[in-house]
Design a protein around this ligand. Structure first.
Ligand code: AMP
Length: 274
């Protein structure tokens, strides 16, 4: 298998002078969580959901009024993109692309053909498909994060943005007064919610909403003794990027995301090849 067999073709793109509110709309297209920025049709940058969360956090640090949000969404894609992203090539082996993703901590690589034209994108999600063909050797317990950061249900979207931006992650389990997990909020939920409210003209009201109003109540779980292959299969089937490990009281004892699974995959493939 080569990268061209794994990649998503025709990825979401915008020209560099597009406004950031268009990025909010595009970044959720087909669940990819990235927009590729073009200059006259050629690859020049990339913007991820994580970048947008970080921008909202920065912009809203002192206040989060309408003017603060509008100050952000009328900037251009070029001003906020990561320029000259690392790429993969259609004819590359998936393991080589995986190595770049793990070593450089990138969640996605735009894909170019041999003529240097953009033809696709490969993300952590596509890499998870590689688990189908390898032995079940590694457990969830070994690769999950054990100190799970959670937020109380009355905390606001603004609070969630700040916790995610400071923690460098994209998922936040939501708890009730006993600490039991009752929902989860992800960076892509927040960006989708912002996009909707930007269209209605009230993005500043959205960031003040309590998490219990915006969270997803369908919390998907995995057992620590399950294999990472099983976790990957569940994420693919359920179309989510994370699974929680809960203790007997329903409190968060671990979280495993597509990022952790990509690291596990890298581990296993390098071990097997040695
Ligand atoms: P993500 O960007 O959400 O894929 O996560 C990046 C890293 O942070 C992974 O190692 C996750 O296990 C970890 N992580 C994600 N969400 C949380 C959380 N709420 N608390 C602690 N660690 C987390």
């Amino acid at each position: 298998m080569l990268i061209k067999d794994l990649m998503i073709t025709d990825p979401p793109t915008l020209e560099r002078n597009a406004y950031v509110y268009e990025v909010f709309r595009k970044v959720n297209e087909r669940g990819i969580g990235r927009v590729i920025v073009l200059a006259d049709g050629n690859l020049t940058g990339i913007i991820s959901t994580r970048d947008l969360v970080n921008l909202i956090d920065l912009r809203c640090r002192s206040s989060c009024e309408k003017s603060d949000v509008y100050g952000l969404i009328y900037r251009t894609a070029e001003e906020i993109m990561s320029p000259q992203p690392q790429v993969a090539y259609e004819e590359m082996e998936p393991l080589d692309a995986l190595t770049i993703m793990v070593a450089r901590n990138f969640g996605a690589l735009p894909v170019l053909n041999s003529a240097g034209r953009l033809t696709g994108i490969v993300t952590e999600r596509e890499m998870l498909l590689l688990f189908q063909d390898i032995d079940e050797l590694l457990s969830v317990r070994r690769f999950m994060s054990k100190r799970v950061k959670t937020a109380y249900k009355d905390a606001t979207v603004r609070d969630a943005v700040s916790i995610m931006a400071r923690g460098g992650f994209r998922r936040l389990p939501v708890t009730d007064e006993t600490g039991k997990v009752i929902g989860i909020v992800t960076a892509s939920d927040i960006i989708r919610g912002m996009d909707k409210e930007i269209r209605k003209g009230n993005p500043e009201e959205y960031v003040r909403k309590p998490l219990h109003e915006v969270m997803n109540r369908n919390v998907l779980t995995v057992r620590p003794e399950d294999s990472v292959n099983q976790a990957a299969a569940k994420m693919i089937i359920e179309r989510v990027g994370s699974l929680l490990v809960l203790d007997e009281n329903g409190k968060a004892a671990g979280i495993i995301t597509e990022r952790d699974l990509v690291i596990a995959l890298y581990h296993q493939l390098h071990l097997t090849l040695r």
